[in-house]
Design a protein around this ligand. Structure first.
Ligand code: SAH
Length: 344
């Protein structure tokens, strides 16, 4: 792939080259050579218009993925079979469970970006931000299935069935999930359902809300002498039961609470009842990395008031522990809760 500005702006050309390089898979050259090897054979058996379709399917399909993953020998065997029987079952679909990160598109992984740009269908939930979806292939069908306050949510079993059905149709499906797919995202259930249906699943990790919130507030979740463990805990559970706050508090280390805004009063009371000092520093990060990001910091005892006074309603994490005092949000007295402007 070559980029030239015809001498007008070589630096711009270089920057574009760098961006392209970041987007393109590493073994692209090997893939081109692989295809070249099979060109005569394909030309001999796949006629006219069908040939372009054949190659499109090839470059988007599992065989090309195999070559890109370095398994040329395995791919060659399958390719021979394909060339010898070019009509038959449509290519098998695939599903990737992709972490979309906390919202800002620049926190996507390169792998996530590649998959978004190859996808036929993107099944996404509410936490997958518009900024991230903007990076998806334009022709890809987008299917929102996510939770939104007051709006209809597809039950998990139907999401699982949808993914299985789409893959069964031969589609390249990206299941885009906020943050990381395996942190309070029910990604495990989806992966299990797909595996049970015999469908290939790729898991692409994403920046989970706890890590994004910590970065945005410069709070080191672990820190020599202050915390050697961090607990990520969901305040809400599907079955309505509460977490074991005694066990969480007993560690005496950093705690990051997901889905805790609505239950802040109970959380603060429980953690104090189980031994955390009322003055333990805490910070609430709402919409971390998004334009609407807000940060409020204080002490554990005043956590419910902080959330109420600032009308925190969006997705937010609550970080509790000594390390909070090391961040850019040193705990403030209740009278003057610190509100940082987004520090971009
Ligand atoms: N899989 C996601 C979590 C989904 S559970 C992840 O790894 O981040 C939903 C909860 O995640 C929200 O209630 C909130 O606690 C947290 N969350 C998600 N996005 C967030 C963001 N941008 N800022 C702060 N918290 C966020």
């Amino acid at each position: 792939v070559a980029v030239s500005s015809g001498g007008a702006a070589p630096t711009l050309a270089r920057l574009l080259r760098e961006r392209l390089e970041a987007l393109l898979p590493e073994r692209l050259g090997a893939l081109a050579r692989f295809a070249e090897r099979f060109r005569p054979a394909v030309r001999a058996v796949v006629g006219g218009k069908a040939r372009r379709g054949f190659w499109e399917d090839f470059f988007r399909g599992p065989l090309a993925a195999r070559v890109l993953a370095g398994d040329e020998a395995g791919a060659a065997g399958r390719m021979l079979a394909l060339v010898n029987a070019p009509v038959g079952k449509p290519a098998a679909g695939r599903v990737a469970l992709v972490g979309a990160g906390p919202g800002s598109a620049d926190l996507l992984t390169l792998r996530a970006l590649q998959l978004l740009q190859e996808a036929d269908v993107i099944v996404h939930d509410r936490l997958a931000s518009a900024a991230v979806l903007d990076h998806a292939r334009r022709e890809a069908t987008r299917i929102p299935v996510g939770k939104r306050r007051g709006a209809h949510t597809l039950p998990q079993s139907e999401i699982n069935a949808l993914l299985v059905r789409l893959a069964g149709e031969g589609k390249r499906v990206v299941r885009l999930k906020g943050g990381d797919p395996f942190i309070f995202g029910r990604g495990g259930e989806e992966a299990e359902a797909l595996r049970r249906a015999g469908i290939d699943v790729e898991i692409v990790p994403g920046v989970t809300a706890a890590l994004a919130s910590a970065a945005r507030t410069a709070v080191p979740l672990t820190h020599r002498g202050a915390a050697h463990a961090v607990t990520l805990v969901a305040a809400e559970r599907g079955d309505g039961s509460a977490p074991d706050w005694a066990a969480v508090a007993a560690l005496g280390q950093t705690i990051v609470i997901y889905m805790g805004v609505g239950a802040a009063a109970a959380i603060a009371a429980q953690l104090q009842a189980h031994g955390l000092a009322p003055a333990t520093p805490c910070v609430v990060v709402e919409n971390a990395t998004l334009a609407e990001e807000r940060v409020v910091a204080g002490r554990l005892a005043e956590l419910p008031a902080l959330i109420a006074d600032h009308a925190i309603v969006g997705p937010a994490t609550i970080i509790v522990g000594a390390v909070v005092a090391l961040g850019a949000v040193a705990a403030q007295p209740a009278a003057a809760p610190l509100r940082l402007a987004a520090a971009r």
